[in-house]
Write a protein that binds this ligand. Structure first.
Ligand code: PMP
Ligand code: GLU
Length: 383
């Protein structure tokens, strides 16, 4: 059959993060020992109490469909969490999704179509661009690289980029791929622009619990933001639950009502017993496990920055998430190719995030493996 594919899918490339991680798995399958620092997945097991809650939920027969937007118990727990972050959230304003990615997809497809303008802060996580393109939106990009990836010094650039034509801005703090946590002044600057030009903001807060010595402020908690913010969060990162696929969006009721149509016609609902495990994850019983992982990430970040500095590479470190953008070579794609094929260290080219000249490293790997990675890169004259 001569398959003619929809223009929509021809607009995008496969996810660069997942593509490299797949390549790394293929090399591993050939018997090559690859230090995989490509994908952003915590290397810890899911905390035991969450695993047990998932098993108990299966045993209790929670295996059928749930209410499309998610079980009330979980939406109540999420609303409580968001309320503690200063967001005025009701369970009815939440959709529980199979992974935060699906929440993002639903939000973007509910708001964006036919050339609507979406503004991204570069470097930006790979899937924002792809989802906007799939939805038929147009992209305007603001480069924060000259400002060590911080937003506050780049606010003037953002002000120049937005206009009354702007429909949506995506903010991700703590940031993937830079680890930057935006200051309150930066977020207030975003708020002022959003109110002035009347655009919506997606605040991707999936790394909200992974911060080192700073507090992350939720954009939706700022005055003037409650009726224009879509807050995205998920369980993958904070609770090491990437494979469980659980996330959510909170947004003003009219947007949720529209997005629910997409949700009910596509995924129907998130997995029933996984939602029950999610209730347990949000309980205070998980706090210690989250704190332990956070401390491990912090130690790895500090160790890695020192190791790079020992090799004369000055890496801008952020105060959150578990990524670093390492300045590499003008041709970051070629650098990453050599790194994986010859040094057997998997990283993601900065160009995939709109930041050529860098490679993204996920330090969600053991200190031993991180040390090995730097040694291998140095041995192959890549540092
Ligand atoms: N947002 C950001 C910034 C991410 O890095 C990820 C990572 N996958 C997601 C959203 C979505 O994660 P998930 O679908 O696993 O919840
Ligand atoms: N968000 C993670 C990353 O950036 C997981 C992969 C993905 O969903 O892109 O590596």
């Amino acid at each position: 059959m001569n398959m003619e594919f929809a223009e929509r899918v021809r607009r995008v490339e496969p996810s660069a993060t997942l593509a490299i991680s797949n390549l790394s798995s293929e090399l591993e399958a050939e018997g090559i020992d690859v230090v995989d620092l490509s994908v952003g997945a915590p290397d810890f097991p899911t905390p035991e109490n969450i695993v047990q809650a998932g098993k108990d939920a299966i045993d209790a027969g929670h295996t059928s469909y749930t209410t499309s937007n998610g079980i009330l118990q979980l939406r109540e727990a999420i609303a409580e969490k968001l309320t503690n972050q200063g967001i005025d959230a009701k369970p009815s304003e939440i959709i529980v999704t199979p992974g935060g990615k699906m929440g993002l997809y639903e939000a973007i497809n509910t708001l964006i179509g036919g050339g609507d303008e979406v503004v991204l802060l570069d470097p930006a996580w790979v899937s924002y661009e792809a989802m906007v393109k799939l939805a038929g939106g147009s992209l305007t990009r603001v480069d924060l690289s000259p400002y060590d990836f911080q937003l506050e010094p780049g606010l003037d650039d953002l002000a120049d980029a937005v206009s009354d034509e702007t429909k949506l801005l995506v903010v991700n703090s703590p940031s993937n791929p830079t680890g930057a946590v935006y200051s309150d002044a930066a977020l207030e600057g975003v708020r002022d622009l959003a109110v002035e030009h009347d655009f919506a903001v997606i605040s991707d807060e999936i790394y909200e619990r992974i911060t080192y010595g700073v507090e992350q402020t939720s954009l939706g908690s700022l005055e003037g933001m409650d009726d224009r913010t879509i807050t995205l969060d998920g369980f993958s990162k904070a609770f090491s639950m990437t494979g469980w696929r659980l996330g959510y969006i909170h947004a003003p009721q009219p947007l949720i009502d529209e997005a629910s149509k997409l949700h009910s016609h596509s995924v129907s609902c998130a997995v029933n017993f996984v939602q029950h495990a999610g209730v347990e994850a949000l309980s205070s019983r998980t706090d210690d496990a989250v704190a332990e992982m956070r401390e491990a990430f912090r130690a790895r970040r500090d160790m890695l920055a020192e190791l790079f500095a020992d090799h004369g590479v000055d890496v801008p470190v952020g105060d959150g998430a578990f990524y670093m953008m390492v300045p590499v070579a003008d041709d970051d794609q070629a650098w990453c190719e050599t790194a994986i094929q010859e040094a057997h260290v998997a990283t993601v080219p900065g160009s995939a995030f709109g930041a050529p000249g860098y490679a993204r490293i996920s330090y969600a790997a053991s200190e031993k493996r991180l040390r090995e990675a730097v040694e291998r890169l140095a041995e192959h004259d890549l540092l």
